[in-house]
Each structure stands twice: as structure tokens, then as C-alpha cells.
Design a protein around this ligand. Structure first.
Ligand code: ATP
Ligand code: MG
Ligand code: MG
Ligand code: MG
Length: 439
């Protein structure tokens, strides 16, 4: 994309209405704009990152054999009366009436809806197990929406729901999502540690929260540093391998990690001091096994192999897709701006001409831009006739992994400059070798 033809509003001043660094940077770099309390418009940069995160979540769900569908944002209140949650949910639920005075709501989550959809279509044990998911906007009327997209009122969530015939099967579905989550966050270039969670209003006994470490996080966390070393993508971990998945769960359970809600001083004391990590963290995902809570209340039953009726065991699995945009920035930035992990970067390369009024620079940069684009390398090309320093400053702020800098003096000597945003290292290379490095 050419900056001269794009819509990338960058703020010069640090916004005063933002309290935490990710929110400040998202406003300054032009990722989002608030349109009402806790409700955001996603501008082109933010939207690209959101889509990258969404796509990683989708690919890892698909690899774990979860099946994608799409449920609506608006739901009927009747469905929630059947589960008993219409009254229980409280003021966090946005309630709406249509023109016929029918009570509706903007979905804060989808257990009721997925259970009723599944109930109406599935009659036999042969159709289980299944895990279904969607990636859809939610609304929760948070008392204190804050920290930008991290605690919005409207936010994008991936929510998956598993249906199994018995508890053993439900545990396997839970372990499968556990692995999918570990892989998902690792691919995004962040460490999200699974921590035993106290089960909330959704209920159930098996529950983990995935927490990204950041000083501005809302919960206090304690974990064993071994979590920073695991590689969850190793081939030995395979979906469908029941023993292996149970082993993974045992390993996760036996490696200490807890939020202040579940922290256990006695077990913590057994973690060697040099491996104790303590700090604050942001909840980016949450998985629950809650048994038959919704299947029972909504009348989901299937016929079992022996002809008897079985009430399926369920779990639900959420990832805060839009919250992750903020959480990744909290975990990865410096004084000059955002530092995107390559997997979620809005573009891989920022191409900058130091002198937008120098014909040779413009010709060379146009050519490089065409070549990068043809090779499928996502490139943001700052082709404006602006001072070089200003352009480099906004590239640092936007935080693309690589900057390719074209200046008249270098060009005369046959070189361009390649800068690594994370390390700050700069290297002079011929145009051909720079292209080779980036493609
Ligand atoms: P929190 O404790 O932060 O309020 P939650 O426990 O209420 O979150 P869940 O019901 O577990 O949230 O929803 C699954 C995921 O959705 C969370 O792990 C989080 O990443 C995301 N999420 C929840 N509430 C919000 C929100 N207000 N804004 C953005 N993301 C959210
Ligand atoms: Mg909440
Ligand atoms: Mg929570
Ligand atoms: Mg939660």
C-alpha cells in the first residue's frame, strides 16, 4: 500500500485520554478510533492486524478439527430464559426490543444458541463428538470499559463449543483445545501461559485462563519459567492421540501457573526460586468444561449406542481476538512505538524514501515496491514528499518488522539500508540482496 493513497491517520501528540501504552500506541499509530464508550472503529492498520490474528486462530482451530460456522450477534431473550441466564447475567447484557416488542439481546457469548442449534439437528451418538466455533462480535456492557480494545464493550471473540457423549470424551475435547490454544499464541509470537482458573458464572470444574505477561495486566500471576521454553508445535504432540494429549494436560497441570484467584503458596514454594516468575497478566483466552449445564437445561439429548438417551457433555473455549491486538502491543513495544511479531504485522516491510523529491530515489523505490508486491511481500510504501526523519519516525511507531530505506547518497553507491525494527540493527545492502532477504 502507498501511504500517499491510504487512510493512515498518525497522531503527532500522545493522546491524553489513554492510560496504558498499547491504547496510546493504537491511537497514535492510527489503528482504532473510539466511536462511543468502549466501541471502536478499526482503521486500516488495526483491521489488518485483527484479520491476521483472526486467521491464525482460525487455522489452529481447523487443525484441531473444530468446525467453523457463524451465528448472529442478536439473539432472542427466550433462548436465555430456557437456560436461566436471562436474569442471572445482569446489567452486562445489552437488552433490546424490536418493533413488535420482542425481547432481544446482543450476544455476550453463545452457549445457549449453539446448544439449541445442535439440539435441533443432531439426534444420534454417531454425530458426536463435535467441536463447533465461530469468530463473531460480542457485546458486554462493562461497568468500566477501559484500556481501549482490551476492555471494550463491543469486541471480537472466537468461541468454540464441544459436544461429547461422556466425560472422558469431553476431557479429550478440552485437551485438544488446550493444545490448539498453546499453538495459537505461540504462532502469534507471544507467551500466553495457561493458568488454572476458578470457574466463573459459566460453571464447571475444569478451566484454564491463558495469560500474557504485561505490567498493565489486571490479574496478578505466578508461574514456572519452564512455560517460556516449551515448543508446542513439536511433532510428538498430535491431535487424536489420546495418551499424548493427556500427557500434555498432565505436564501443564504439574507445571506451576496460577492467578491470584487460584494461587497456592505451598505449591509455589516448591518451584525453584530461579524459575519463579511473578507479575501481572492479561487474560487473552479461557477454556471451560462445564458438563451438561446447557445441554440439560435446553433439552439436548441424543440416542446412545444402546438405545438409551444421552445428555451430551459440553465445554466452551474463548479467545479475545480484538483484545489480543492490545495485549500483543503491551508485550512488544519500545519507546519509539509498536514492534509487531512478524506473524501478525500489518505489513512485513516499510519502504521509505528519505527524499520524496529526488527522482532517482523515487524510481528505485517504485521498482522495489513493484518487485516486493509481485513476490507477495506485504509492503507499506511511504512515498510521500515528507521529511525522511518524519517518515522514519512514523515507521517506527507503526512497528513493521523491517524498514527498507532508500536515500540518494546510498543509491549513488548502489546500496539501500535494511533496518530490523526489533533489534534496531541497520545494514547496507545492494538492492538485489535486500530483495532476496525480504522475499
Ligand atoms: P475478563 O475477566 O477480562 O472480564 P472474562 O473472563 O469475562 O474476561 P470470558 O467470558 O472468559 O471473559 O471470554 C473469553 C475471552 O474474551 C476473554 O479471555 C477475553 O480475552 C475476551 N474478553 C472478555 N471480555 C472482553 C472485553 N470486554 N473486551 C475485550 N475482550 C474481552
Ligand atoms: Mg468479564
Ligand atoms: Mg476473566
Ligand atoms: Mg474468562
Amino acid at each position: 500500500m502507498r501511504v500517499s493513497r491510504s487512510f493512515l491517520p498518525v497522531l503527532k501528540e500522545s493522546p491524553t485520554d489513554a492510560q496504558i501504552v498499547s491504547h496510546k500506541l493504537m491511537l497514535r499509530a492510527g489503528l482504532v478510533r473510539q466511536t462511543a464508550a468502549g466501541i471502536y472503529a478499526w482503521l486500516p492498520i488495526g483491521f489488518r492486524v485483527l484479520k491476521k490474528i483472526e486467521q491464525i486462530v482460525r487455522e489452529e482451530q481447523d487443525r484441531a478439527s473444530a468446525i467453523e460456522l457463524l451465528m448472529p450477534t442478536l439473539q432472542s431473550a427466550d433462548l436465555w430464559r430456557q437456560s436461566g441466564r436471562y436474569d442471572a447475567y445482569g446489567p452486562e447484557m445489552l437488552r433490546i426490543k424490536d418493533r413488535h416488542e420482542r425481547e432481544m439481546l446482543y450476544g455476550p457469548t453463545n452457549e445457549e444458541m449453539i446448544t439449541s442449534l445442535f439440539r435441533d439437528e443432531v439426534k444420534s451418538y454417531r454425530d458426536l463428538p463435535r467441536t463447533l466455533y465461530h469468530i463473531q462480535w460480542k457485546f458486554r456492557d462493562e461497568v468500566r470499559p477501559r484500556f481501549g480494545v482490551m476492555r471494550g464493550r463491543e469486541f471480537l471473540m472466537k468461541d468454540a463449543y464441544s459436544f461429547d457423549l461422556d466425560e472422558a470424551g469431553a476431557r479429550q475435547s478440552y485437551y485438544t483445545q488446550l493444545l490448539a490454544y498453546l499453538r495459537t499464541f505461540q504462532r502469534m509470537g507471544i507467551r500466553a501461559v495457561p493458568m488454572k482458573a476458578a470457574s466463573g458464572p459459566i460453571g464447571g470444574d475444569l478451566s484454564h485462563e491463558f495469560i500474557v505477561l504485561a505490567p498493565t495486566g489486571e490479574s496478578e500471576v505466578f508461574y514456572d519459567a519452564s512455560f517460556e521454553e516449551f515448543d508446542w508445535h513439536q511433532d510428538e504432540l498430535r491431535y487424536g492421540d489420546a495418551e499424548g494429549l493427556r500427557g500434555l494436560f498432565d505436564k501443564v497441570s504439574s507445571t506451576y501457573a496460577a492467578t491470584d484467584e487460584t494461587h497456592d503458596e505451598a505449591r509455589w514454594a516448591e518451584v525453584p526460586a530461579d524459575r519463579q516468575r511473578q507479575g501481572r497478566g492479561i487474560e487473552v483466552g479461557h477454556i471451560f468444561y462445564f458438563g451438561t449445564k446447557y445441554s440439560a437445561s435446553l433439552g439436548l439429548k441424543v440416542s446412545g449406542a444402546d438405545g438409551s438417551m444421552v445428555t451430551p457433555e459440553m465445554g466452551s473455549y474463548g479467545i479475545g481476538v480484538s483484545r489480543l491486538v492490545g495485549a500483543i502491543i503491551e508485550a512488544s513495544h519500545d519507546d519509539n512505538g509498536i514492534i509487531w511479531p512478524e506473524a501478525v504485522a500489518p505489513w512485513k516491510v516499510g519502504l521509505v524514501t528519505m527524499r520524496g523529491d529526488d527522482a532517482a530515489s523515487v524510481t528505485a523505490a517504485d521498482d522495489i515496491y513493484a518487485k516486493l508486491t509481485a513476490a507477495g511481500v506485504e509492503t507499506l510504501y511511504d512515498d510521500r514528499d515528507e521529511r525522511g526523519g518524519v517518515k522514519l519516525g512514523s515507521m517506527d511507531l507503526i512497528g513493521l518488522p523491517w524498514q527498507l530505506i532508500i536515500g540518494p547518497r546510498g543509491l549513488a553507491a548502489g546500496v539501500v539500508e535494511l533496518k530490523n525494527r526489533r533489534t534496531g540493527e541497520r545494514e547496507e545492502l545492494s538492492i538485489d540482496s535486500a530483495l532476496e532477504r525480504l522475499t
